[in-house]
Design a binder for this molecule. Structure first.
Ligand code: IPE
Ligand code: MG
Length: 247
C-alpha cells in the first residue's frame, strides 16, 4: 500500500493526511475482497524499515492502526473476517499491540476471508526466524540436517497455514517487492499500478483481479497442448508445483 505521502503532497497536505485517506482505501478494499470471495488478503501496513521514519509520522501511523482496530473490529466480525498478523509486534507500542491481539482473538472464530496484516514486518527477518528455529531443532538432534525441507521452512514462517500468494499488487508506480513475503511470492503474479494507495478503491482492485484472471500461470511447467497430445509427466498448467522437497 504505497503512495500515501505523495497523494498528500500533491494536495499540499501533510503526509499523515494521506495515511488517513489510505485507511479509507483499506476499509473499501477489505470489504470488496471479502465480498468477491478472496480467501486471504495480506496487507503490508508497516515494514521493519518504516521504523526509521520521523518519530511523529511513526506515532501518527500507530494512532491510525489503533483507530482502525478499535472501530473496525465489529465491522470485520459482521463480515465474518478473521484477522491474523505477521511481524515483530514486540516493537509496537503497548496499546497497539494489545488492540491487535484483542482484535485477532475476537475474530479468531470467523471463517470467511482472512485479513492478514503485516505490521513491523520484513520477509528476511521472517525467513531468518524460521531458519533459526530449524537450527535449534538440529542442535537438539530433533531434525537431521539432511531432512530440512521447504515445507519445514514454510511451516516456520508467520504465514504458516496460509496459501502462497497468487497476486501481489503494488501501488504508486514502484516496481519492487520491498521485502514483502519473499518466500510466499515465489510464483505470485505481480501487478504494478501507478494509482496512489489513497485512490486505490473498489474499481482499481477489481481491475487488478480482472488482469490477474488473464494471466497464464505455468509454475515453471509447460502449457498442455492437447492437439499434440503432449501431456505430462511435467504436470498440468494451473496446478501448484509438486516438486517441493518432501518432508
Ligand atoms: C505507504 O505510503 C504507507 C506506509 C508505509 C504506512 P508512503 O508513506 O510510503 O507514501 P509515499 O511513498 O511517501 O508516497
Ligand atoms: Mg512509499
Amino acid at each position: 500500500m504505497d503512495g500515501n505521502g505523495r497523494w498528500a503532497r500533491g494536495r499540499f497536505m501533510p503526509r499523515i493526511w494521506g495515511h488517513k485517506r489510505g485507511a479509507d482505501s483499506v476499509r473499501e478494499v477489505v470489504k470488496c475482497a471479502a465480498s468477491m470471495g478472496v480467501k486471504v488478503l495480506s496487507l503490508f501496513a508497516f515494514s521493519d524499515e518504516n521504523w526509521g521514519r520521523p518519530q511523529d509520522e511513526v506515532s501518527a501511523l500507530m494512532g491510525l492502526f489503533d483507530q482502525y482496530l478499535q472501530f473496525e473490529t465489529d465491522q470485520l466480525l459482521k463480515q465474518n473476517i478473521r484477522l491474523r498478523f505477521m511481524g515483530n509486534i514486540d516493537r509496537l507500542p503497548e496499546k497497539t499491540r494489545s488492540l491487535l491481539l484483542g482484535a485477532a482473538q475476537k475474530l479468531s472464530a470467523c471463517d470467511g476471508m482472512t485479513l492478514n496484516l503485516a505490521v513491523s514486518y520484513g520477509a528476511r527477518a521472517e525467513i531468518t526466524e524460521a531458519v533459526r528455529a530449524i537450527a535449534r531443532n538440529v542442535r537438539e538432534g530433533i531434525i537431521d540436517p539432511e531432512h530440512v525441507c521447504e515445507s519445514m521452512v514454510a511451516g516456520g514462517l508467520a504465514s504458516a497455514g496460509m496459501p502462497d500468494l497468487d497476486l501481489v499488487i503494488r501501488t504508486s508506480g514502484e516496481q519492487r517487492l520491498s521485502n514483502f513475503m519473499l518466500w510466499q511470492s515465489s510464483y505470485a503474479e505481480l501487478y504494478f499500478t501507478k494509482v496512489l494507495w489513497p485512490d486505490f478503491g473498489k474499481a482499481a482492485f477489481k481491475a487488478a483481479l480482472e488482469e490477474f484472471s488473464t494471466r497464464q500461470r505455468r509454475f515453471g511447467l509447460v502449457s498442455v497442448e492437447p492437439a499434440l497430445g503432449v501431456s505430462s509427466s511435467l504436470g498440468r498448467m494451473g496446478e501448484e508445483p509438486s516438486g517441493k522437497t518432501p518432508c
